[in-house]
Design a protein around this ligand. Structure first.
Ligand SMILES: *[C@@H]1O[C@H](CO)[C@@H](O)[C@H](O)[C@H]1NC(C)=O
Ligand SMILES: *[C@@H]1O[C@H](CO)[C@@H](O)[C@H](O)[C@H]1NC(C)=O
Ligand SMILES: *[C@@H]1O[C@H](CO)[C@@H](O)[C@H](O)[C@H]1NC(C)=O
Ligand SMILES: *[C@@H]1O[C@H](CO)[C@@H](O)[C@H](O)[C@H]1NC(C)=O
Ligand SMILES: *[C@@H]1O[C@H](CO)[C@@H](O)[C@H](O)[C@H]1NC(C)=O
Ligand SMILES: *[C@@H]1O[C@H](CO)[C@@H](O)[C@H](O)[C@H]1NC(C)=O
Ligand SMILES: *[C@@H]1O[C@H](CO)[C@@H](O)[C@H](O)[C@H]1NC(C)=O
Length: 606
């Protein structure tokens, strides 16, 4: 830990001043990075609408800073810690470029980046190959302008483990570009809903269900708008939450495939303010690059794998209640469902182990603050209409001739509406979810078909009300069958998934749409993949994945269609300059069926 911190400081001492508008700064940065020799590295990529790293502004500010150049070897519990100092020019636009190379065998890992106690970026890694892989991801970061304006402890937590089997280290460089472009106004204050451990050079995420996720916050009286972003994803027993079963069925195939994970495939992330429900997130089913069948995700990684979106809850209707100069509690909960013997579903108020959760409260202050007097608000709570969701559940266990459990079919359908309203704002959510699952062949084969849709509307009330809305749709179908052969294991799978949303915009830059103003995204991934491992020997995996991507941000439309087979891109309408490598030896990072699929022999991914 001390060493990491020292290393961060040293870096800053040596390299922070690389910052300049000097066109050579880029090459300086590159020569400083400790990457494996870049010959024959295969390029992994996430399909996304390109973001320009160094957009030209009015030239008053054009600065590139190296934020981190670090090897994540045995880094579990030892994040990179650096001291960020803002450049000495006025900027309103910040973009970051993450470049990662890795070689050897390694799990895909989750990584969280913080400025102080605020999580600002959640990413995950691709699985490396023997010859090595490389990827680059550029991200809009101006939504965190108010944090970038001040010195910050920059904490990058990529927990990795190195041992005899898992040899791959991640070589990571992170650079930032600053410019002034008269861009959209962003939040004035960003308060963390996190465990706030930057003071001890630690990561600040909460782990649910073990941690107390309540924080006490004072909201300034000058705030006229408030939006909470929620960052949450399942790990270990909860990584494949969309394929989990009701608790009563977790032992259904104990004698064949072992225990299954429970709480049904339904998940709800809830935000509470002073114990009052303030909004909901029905999460996107992220699939990491080691998940279901690793062959799907090479070299095209899963949707959002390099940048996990953070859905937003507009809490402006709560502002009058919060602006009394007192502390108020904010809490994020994650829940699945319990199903009673008579088939009724209720919130479990908990989940399996575990979810990684944080939030940020984005506050927009009244113009002219602090010189202008701020009137005290009425301190009344909002009207909240939060009827319990309607759930309909079915479960059917079928036995074979010898009385053994042969198949389980189950389904969960949920609908929910939610609304908060006070004098100036109202917020409403309409959500629906369905998942039908079938485990057959004594549990060895499983299909889940899931669909999550929703629409959120924020309305500024008054004589001529104005509204913004965001609608989304997350379809997912995954069929995965594993088998035990004479000398090993196989997984055969096909899938079809998508992420679609359309938004009319909102204040600032959205942590969900990743841009300002109106935008949409429609993307699907489909494919088939196979994994096979030889007991005591090596594993191979192959796959065939097609991604179609269509989006529009800032009035610019973007389309890309990509097809990869067995690790090689065979068709790509996007950037033609992509160097195509031949398939490489790839020992799947995740060493067991349970780590890959969430059931079967072995232990779950950490
Ligand atoms: C959780 O933390 C809050 C805020 O620090 C505290 O008020 C509350 O008592 C804690 N709850 C439990 C169960 O420890
Ligand atoms: C069959 O399923 C039931 C209900 O889940 C379970 O209690 C029982 O142990 C299962 N039988 C076997 C042999 O796994
Ligand atoms: C749901 O079931 C789990 C596991 O049995 C239990 O710990 C939890 O208390 C239950 N939740 C409720 C609200 O009863
Ligand atoms: C019935 O299912 C059990 C496992 O639940 C399995 O061990 C047994 O071989 C099956 N019998 C037949 C006839 O398929
Ligand atoms: C799922 O895959 C298995 C094995 O490939 C196949 O037998 C089964 O029919 C598939 N299920 C569906 C619903 O496609
Ligand atoms: C709606 O979004 C636009 C930006 O797209 C923003 O200027 C406006 O203030 C927003 N209105 C509400 C009520 O959120
Ligand atoms: C992908 O690899 C598998 C296994 O080696 C092979 O059977 C299949 O023909 C390959 N597909 C293509 C298009 O090369």
């Amino acid at each position: 830990m001390v060493l990491t911190a020292l290393r961060g400081l040293l870096l800053w001492g040596n390299l922070a001043l690389v910052a300049s508008s000097n066109p050579n700064s880029q090459s300086l940065l590159q020569s400083s990075s400790q990457t494996p020799s870049s010959t024959s590295l295969q390029e992994s990529f996430q399909v996304y609408q390109p973001v320009l790293f160094d957009p030209s502004g009015d030239n008053s500010c054009d600065v590139e800073l190296l934020l981190m150049d670090h090897i994540f070897g045995a880094s579990y519990g030892s994040p990179f810690v650096g001291d960020y100092k803002p450049p000495r020019c006025v900027f309103d636009t910040v973009r970051i470029k993450l470049k990662v190379t890795a070689r050897g065998r390694q799990y895909d890992r989750l990584a969280l980046m913080y400025l102080g106690d605020n999580e600002v970026f959640r990413t995950s890694t691709a699985e490396p190959t023997t010859n090595g892989i490389v990827w680059t991801y550029i991200k809009e970061m101006s939504q965190y302008n108010s944090l970038w304006q001040a010195p910050q402890k920059l904490i990058f937590d990529l927990g990795n483990i190195i041992n005899d089997i898992y040899t791959g280290s991640f070589y990571v460089t992170l650079t930032a570009h600053f410019s002034y472009r008269q861009a959209a106004r962003t939040a004035d204050i960003i308060l963390p809903i996190s465990s706030k451990r930057s003071v001890s050079n630690s990561a600040s995420s909460f782990s649910v269900p073990t941690d107390n996720t309540t924080v006490m916050v004072e909201i300034p009286a000058a705030a006229m708008r408030a939006v909470v972003s929620i960052s949450a994803c399942g790990q270990s027993e909860e990584e494949f939450w969309w394929s989990n079963v009701p608790n009563e069925d977790t032992q259904g195939f104990e004698s064949t495939v072992g225990g299954l994970y429970g709480y049904t495939p339904f998940r709800e992330v809830q935000l509470y303010i002073d114990g009052i429900l303030a909004g909901l997130v029905w999460p996107f089913p992220i699939i990491f690059t080691g998940g279901v069948a690793p062959g799907y995700w090479r070299p095209i990684v899963g949707i959002d794998t390099f940048d996990l979106r953070q859905p937003e809850i507009d809490i402006s209707p709560f502002l009058p209640m919060l602006q009394d100069g007192e502390l108020h509690s904010f809490e994020i909960r994650v829940t699945g469902l319990n199903v009673s013997a008579d088939g009724k579903a209720t919130f479990a108020n908990t989940v399996g182990s575990y979810w990684v959760v944080t939030g940020n409260i984005f506050l927009y202050l009244e113009e002219g603050y602090p010189s202008k007097d701020v009137t005290m608000k009425d301190s009344q709570g909002p009207q909240v209409e939060a009827p319990l969701p309607t759930f309909s559940i079915s479960r059917k266990l079928a036995r074979n001739q010898s009385g053994g459990n042969e198949s389980l079919s189950y389904s969960v359908v949920a609908e929910r509406t939610f609304r908060t309203k006070s004098s100036q704002f109202s917020w409403s959510q309409t959500l629906s979810f369905s998942n039908s699952g079938l485990l057959n062949r004594q549990g060895y084969s499983q299909v889940n078909k899931q669909l999550t849709t929703g629409k959120n509307i924020i309305t500024e009330r008054g004589d001529t009300p104005t509204s913004n809305s965001t609608s989304f749709k997350y379809p997912l179908v995954v069929n995965a069958t594993y088998g035990i052969t004479a000398n090993g294991l196989t997984i055969d799978s096909w899938m079809l998934r998508g992420l679609n949303f359309e938004t009319t915009g909102g204040p600032g830059i959205s942590t969900y749409s990743l841009t300002s103003g109106p935008s949409y995204l429609r993307t699907t991934q489909s494919g088939k993949a196979r994994y096979s491992s030889v007991t005591g020997g090596s594993s191979t995996s192959w796959g065939d994945t097609v991604e179609k991507y269509e989006s529009e941000t800032n009035g610019q439309a973007y389309q890309q269609s990509v097809h990869a087979i067995n690790g090689t891109v065979v068709h790509n309408t996007g950037s033609q300059d992509k160097v195509q490598a031949t398939p490489q030896d790839h020992e799947s990072g995740r060493g067991s069926v349970k780590a890959i699929l969430g059931k079967g022999p072995g232990s779950p991914a950490p």
